[in-house]
Ligand binder design. Structure first.
Ligand code: NAD
Length: 298
């Protein structure tokens, strides 16, 4: 029997009717977790909700000998997010793991992007992850245990053409992850984010066909499961993952350049020093960053 298991634990996986979420749900269930399979069941842009995909995945888990319940609520609304977590409590009595994975795309170049397209994407990714985590948080605090795994993206960390809404949302998830990690620390609640690259309906038009068999969702889920496991104490981190490769992504700050006489021209004249990367700092908290700024003044 594999040694990392989730027996007795309850996981909520949002957007688990397709793609990555489906794979995460199947793996967690295979390793003993009871799973709430949430999915609104819409198209890639979030339109046309249907209860089918969540029910199909829950049914498959049960057929495989696991325990799961389907939930078709919309994570982007406070009532929907609350209902997803309540489904875990009502059905299985607790919630230990939240995997915020639900997502949509409304790609457009900046000049053509409407406010609705911007807001709709932020609503699912950022508001949805905030709402589901907030709904689970009191339960996790009470039991002094919880694991949250959020889904960022390379598009957020590094930017991408035609995805101003999506990139904004995905970098927003990094901030959400880091602050939840800080707020949850004392209650043994760990929060991390993944920035995956996988072949799903969301990306099938982007990658060359030969990568379909290599960039499988099954090569993402083991990292999600590890971050969701009680043996993983890491928190507030972001991991790039795809095709079997896992790497830590970190925010670094260069050594910087300072003067008591900061002028526009002084900045121009010292631009190379401002842009220098080494030796870099890796502040893990706001306080750590502020300390570095203050020390430079001494
Ligand atoms: P997908 O479209 O197969 O899965 C997303 C799922 O979320 C769908 O099943 C959809 O019905 C569901 N969903 C959408 N809105 C919802 C809502 N409001 N409430 C509940 N469920 C909702 O795509 P995927 O590639 O599996 O994406 C999963 C996550 O991974 C997304 O957050 C996506 O942005 C992220 N991601 C994917 C890749 C990739 O390479 N596939 C890269 C970076 C990030």
């Amino acid at each position: 029997m594999p040694d990392l298991r989730f027996d007795g634990q309850v996981a909520v996986v949002t957007g688990a009717g397709h793609g990555l979420g489906r794979s995460h749900a199947l793996l967690l269930a295979e390793r003993g977790a009871k799973v709430v399979v949430n999915d609104l069941g819409g198209a890639l842009d979030g339109t046309g909700p249907s209860s089918g995909p969540a029910a199909d995945v829950a049914e498959l888990i049960v057929k495989n000998g696991g325990e799961a319940v389907a939930n078709g609520d919309n994570v982007a609304t406070p009532e929907g997010a609350q209902a997803v977590v309540q489904t875990a409590i009502d059905t299985f009595g607790r919630v230990d793991i939240v995997v915020n994975n639900a997502g949509i795309l409304r790609d457009k170049s900046l000049g053509k992007m409407t406010v609705e397209e911007f807001d709709a994407v932020l609503a699912v990714h950022v508001r949805g992850s905030f709402l589901v985590t907030r709904a689970a948080f009191p339960h996790m605090k009470e039991q002094a245990y919880g694991r949250v795994v959020n889904t960022s993206s390379p598009a957020g960390l590094f930017g991408n053409f035609g995805q101003v809404n999506y990139s904004t949302a995905k970098m927003g998830l990094v901030g959400l992850t880091k602050s939840v990690a800080i707020e949850g620390a004392r209650a043994n609640i760990r929060a991390n984010a993944i920035a995956p690259i996988a072949w799903t309906r969301m990306t099938e038009a982007l990658f060359p066909a030969e990568f379909q068999e290599k960039l499988t969702p099954e090569r993402i889920s083991p990292l999600v499961a590890y971050l969701a496991h009680e043996s993983c104490e890491t928190t507030g981190e972001v991991f790039s993952v795809g095709g079997g490769r896992v790497a830590r992504v970190f925010v670094a700050e260069g050594p910087g350049w300072r003067t008591d006489d900061l002028t526009i021209e002084a900045i121009r004249d010292n631009w190379d020093a401002v842009m220098t990367e080494e030796p870099h700092l890796q502040p893990t908290t706001l306080g750590g960053q502020a300390t570095a700024s203050m020390q430079a003044m001494l």
